[in-house]
Design a protein around this ligand. Sequence first.
Ligand SMILES: CC(C)(COP(=O)(O)OP(=O)(O)OC[C@H]1O[C@@H](n2cnc3c(N)ncnc32)[C@H](O)[C@@H]1OP(=O)(O)O)[C@@H](O)C(=O)NCCC(=O)NCCS
Length: 155
Amino acid sequence: MSVSNANFLLLRPFQVNNTEELDRVLEIAKNSLTEYYSPKLIVDLYEEWPEGFSVAEVHHKVAGFLIGSRYSSSEARILMIAVEKSYRKMGIGSSLLTNFIDLCMKKNFSAVRLEVKTDNEEAIKLYKKFNFEITSRISAYYSDASDAFTMWRTI
Ligand SMILES: CC(C)(COP(=O)(O)OP(=O)(O)OC[C@H]1O[C@@H](n2cnc3c(N)ncnc32)[C@H](O)[C@@H]1OP(=O)(O)O)[C@@H](O)C(=O)NCCC(=O)NCCS
């Protein structure tokens, strides 16, 4: 099943004052990502760049999210992207990425950077599909001492 062009997939801004929504984002992060993210960090990241934080809603339920940041006037970063397991492989991650890259184009960024675990094949495949290239490896980047690839894409 693909939801990428279906009208039941809604991409919209994160609702920072909705505690249920914050809990849902934290739940997806906990189930999908290996690092721990506190509620305060999520809110702080939203406040740094509200437009860079989007959620994907399917049938009125948040199924995934993407948090971006503005590293400089020319470079944006993807800090987190996650889709709840039962909603994966339906195009939601691609829709979140497309939406973020469109935003970066509108804001005149010239590049987007991200870090990804070197063994995260699904995510690396997704990023490559979106023309991100591996440019370097950072050793012991994550709290479990695993390495990251840095990936870049020009806009
Ligand atoms: C990475 C992630 C966000 C992808 O979300 P998704 O909604 O499943 O992505 P899509 O359905 O849009 O898939 C897009 C592409 O990603 C790749 N992909 C996604 N899941 C994959 C899998 N299980 N195996 C191989 N490739 C996969 C494929 O290239 C796919 O394109 P295709 O369907 O044309 O082959 C999701 O797997 C996830 O949340 N993973 C856990 C969190 C995570 O690792 N985040 C990235 C941290 S850097």
